[in-house]
Design a protein around this ligand. Structure first.
Ligand code: NAP
Ligand code: MG
Length: 487
């Protein structure tokens, strides 16, 4: 059921009801492939709206945590079935709202279904250990309890998967939630909450409030009744949220940026490395935290790799992601497009050589969208801005190196540590890479941007607050351990 007031107006979901913001102000969301198309209007909510949502989550948390994990899992299963039945429609909304191609949007929505089912099953798994006491007449064990109300702040680049990979574990472990979606994709997120509504969660267990990050996001981080806060987004915002949570003693988790390297060794399968580099760098228009960005190539295969990379990149079709045959869509909005173009300009100024792309596309079908060419730079040194900062766009920097040791040094020479790949057939080099690469996801002969829902996900260094999401690792954030001693 799609709940709308006037045409295309989407509401907040608070205490089991769809309600308009107290401000009665709206934010217009447009299609980045065609900015004349309005996808929907989302509420520009106030702190008052947020307060209502937190109060409803607070009043619902007690009864929710008293349910068995099995009973909570049934709601997640139901939500999964409903999301699955609406997969095509929700994927289309995602493509229109933020630009990724329809096949990618469908894949992401299917991932959301799978995550819900995975965590539904978690309701029946163990939540503690028995630990031998030094007192032979005592029983000592751990158990896990929910945090209470969990605030969730999500980015626009995975509008279905990220809200679900935070909401599903929060819920299965007994927390109630208030989610603030990225404004850019709040229409698509509202559709996920329609699935939650239809699944019949008790009123107040799941809440969504859309609105500006500085008001609703910051408000969640500051709110005294929000017991834990989980955030995915940029480093600048993550830092503020972490500080706000720390100041009032709330638990927090931050997943932030990346600047992910790929090493192409002399022993690599070059065709595999080229395909994976292109997929890692240009899928979703480079707007993934795990996107490939620094491509470090051993000198003896450099020319061959570069030729193949250019030739395959030339085959990429750019356009409206709803259309068949389009491989890469637009940047999400004008600001992001301008950021990408300014990094390209910076690369030129700092002396890197542009070997492909580098321009905004504006002719014909591109006229009304935020399209940029897939772009490749060479003669890049590790200290250049384009090799250090997260661009979040379709830009590859090629760095030529003499030795494998040098490649690893350069791979580690960034503030981020989310994901990293090596292409090699040499087992010793693989093992050295696994040991010495400072990244939360280390991938061998596979693209940097691959994530499996049942495995821990998260970064090292500035990419994360060092906790992990997804798989069974999620229990660490969404619960607290109690050590119990029974005499
Ligand atoms: P962002 O600007 O940091 O926004 C993320 C979320 O924070 C949005 O919901 C945003 O709301 C909200 N927000 C903005 N300002 C805020 C404030 N002052 N206080 C509290 N919340 C605030 O990031 P983005 O541009 O959406 O996403 C791109 C970034 O996310 C990239 O850096 C990318 O690497 C990172 N990312 C990381 C992962 C990961 O798992 N490591 C995954 C995906 C993306 P509004 O939308 O209303 O501004
Ligand atoms: Mg949009």
């Amino acid at each position: 059921m799609t709940i709308q007031t006037k045409s295309k107006q989407h509401l907040n979901y608070i205490n089991g009801e769809w309600i308009a913001s107290s401000t009665n102000e709206w934010i217009e969301n447009t299609n980045p492939a065609n900015t004349e198309e309005v996808v929907g209007y989302v509420p520009k909510s106030s702190k008052e709206d947020l307060g209502k949502a937190v109060a409803s989550a607070k009043s619902a948390k007690k009864a929710w945590r008293k349910l068995s994990g099995d009973a909570r899992g049934k709601y997640l299963h139901k939500a999964a079935d409903i999301l699955e039945s609406r997969l095509d429609e929700i994927a289309e909304s995602m493509t229109k709202e933020m630009g990724k191609t329809l096949p990618e949007a469908k894949g992401e929505t299917a991932r959301g279904v799978a995550i819900l089912r995975y965590y539904a099953g978690e309701g029946l798994r163990k939540v503690g250990d028995v630990i031998p006491s030094t007192d032979s007449e005592a029983l000592m064990f751990t158990t896990r309890v929910p945090l209470g109300v969990v605030g969730i702040i999500t980015p626009w680049n995975f509008p279905v998967a990220i809200p679900i990979w935070k909401a599903a574990p929060a819920l299965i472990y007994g927390n109630s939630i208030v989610l603030k979606p990225a404004t850019e994709t709040a229409v698509t997120c509202a559709k996920v909450f329609e699935c939650f509504e239809e699944a019949g969660f008790p009123a107040g267990v799941v809440n969504m409030v859309a609105g500006p990050g500085s008001v609703i996001g910051q408000g969640l981080a500051d709110h005294p009744d929000v017991n834990g806060i989980t955030f995915t987004g940029s480093n600048a915002v993550g830092k503020q949220i972490g500080q706000a949570a720390l100041a009032r003693g709330a638990k927090y988790q931050l997943e932030m940026g990346g600047k992910n390297p790929v090493i192409v060794d002399s022993d690599a399968d070059l065709d595999l490395a080229v395909d994976a580099t292109i997929s890692g760098a240009f899928r979703s228009t480079g707007q993934k935290c795990t996107a490939t960005s620094r491509v470090i190539v051993l000198k003896d295969v450099y020319d061959q790799f570069k030729e193949k990379l250019i030739s395959k990149t030339n085959e990429i079709t750019v356009g409206d992601g709803l259309h068949d045959g389009i491989w890469m869509g637009p940047s999400v909005n004008e600001g992001q497009l301008n950021t990408v173009l300014s990094y390209i300009q910076k690369g030129r100024e700092e002396g890197a050589s542009l070997v492909l792309g580098g321009e905004r596309l504006t002719a014909g079908e591109y006229e009304k969208g935020y399209f940029v060419q897939p772009t490749i730079f060479e003669n890049v040194t590790s200290s250049m801005t384009i090799a250090q900062e997260e661009i979040f766009g379709p830009v590859i920097t090629l760095i030529k190196v003499d030795t494998i040791e040098e490649s690893l040094e350069i791979a580690n020479d960034v503030e981020f540590g989310l994901s990293a790949s090596i292409f090699t057939s040499n087992i010793k080099k693989m093992l050295t890479f696994i040991d010495d690469m400072d990244a939360g996801l280390v991938r061998i002969n596979a693209e940097s941007a691959g994530v499996e829902l049942q495995a821990p996900f998260g970064g090292m260094k500035k990419s994360s607050s060092h906790s992990r999401e997804q798989g069974q690792a999620a229990i660490e954030f969404f619960t607290s351990i109690k050590t119990v001693f029974v005499k």
